[in-house]
Every structure is written in C-alpha cells, then in structure tokens.
Design a protein around this ligand. Structure first.
Ligand SMILES: [Zn+2]
Length: 74
C-alpha cells in the first residue's frame, strides 16, 4: 500500500497543532516547531507566526460548549 507515501510525494511534512483558548483567541501551537496560529473568534482575525515552507499544519479547536444547546434554546 502506498498510503503513507502520499505526504512525501508532496514534499510536505505534517504537524498537528494543539489548541488552547485565551480570552478572545484560539491559539494553535505546534509542539514540533514554533508555528502558531491565532484565531480571534470575536472578529475573525487570523494571525500566523513562524509558518514553514513544506510543513503543513493542521489542528482544530472544538469548544465543547458549542456542541451542546444548538437547538435547545428554550
Ligand atoms: Zn510545526
């Protein structure tokens, strides 16, 4: 199987970020390098620090309070 070669064909490394929340910001930090993505959920502003060519960063923040009570607003 060639599944694991897919990223190498694209010459991309993949890092998975860890997200935390600080005030209005969701902060995605990469534990493998110094990449950071700051996502302001109030204004939609995005800031990216130390982005690397050839490294694809993924990661998401799923606040548990959004999952609940979507339809349950009475
Ligand atoms: Zn990284």
């Amino acid at each position: 199987m060639y599944q694991s070669n897919f990223c190498q064909l694209l010459a991309l490394k993949r890092h998975t970020c860890e997200a935390t929340r600080e005030g209005d910001w969701f902060i995605h930090r990469c534990p493998e390098c110094d990449y950071e993505l700051w996502d302001n959920w109030q204004t939609g502003e995005l800031k990216v620090f130390n982005a690397k060519a050839g490294i694809k960063h993924s990661g998401f923040y799923a606040p548990p309070e959004i999952e609940q009570g979507k339809e349950d607003s009475n």
